[in-house]
Write a protein that binds this ligand. Structure first.
Ligand SMILES: [Zn+2]
Length: 92
């Protein structure tokens, strides 16, 4: 994954563009905060043991201001910057 610094406003923009604005799935409130930084979900092929530093899914986290429910959004779904680079790098 690229060395992209977290930009709060860009991610809020991306969430709004995708209509990710439904009320909290747990309590129904409509007030959220975007956690200020990336999170990671480790991926491994085996159920037992923990592989540190292995493959992972980078994500941003939105937290319900009322009940604290965490909602994760995989950063790969946004990719506004990577797609731009890929298109520039393709020559047919
Ligand atoms: Zn909630």
């Amino acid at each position: 994954m690229e060395d992209k610094k977290f930009n709060r406003l860009e991610y809020i923009d991306e969430l709004l563009k995708r209509n990710a604005q439904n009320p909290c799935h747990r309590c129904g409130h409509n007030s959220f905060s975007l956690i200020d930084g990336y999170s990671y979900f480790p991926i491994q092929e085996k159920l037992d043991g923990t592989v540190l530093g292995g493959p992972n899914i980078p994500a941003i986290l939105v937290v319900c201001s009322n009940c604290g429910a965490l909602i994760s959004h995989a950063v790969g779904a946004f990719k506004p910057f990577e797609n731009k680079e890929e298109k520039e790098g393709q020559n047919g």
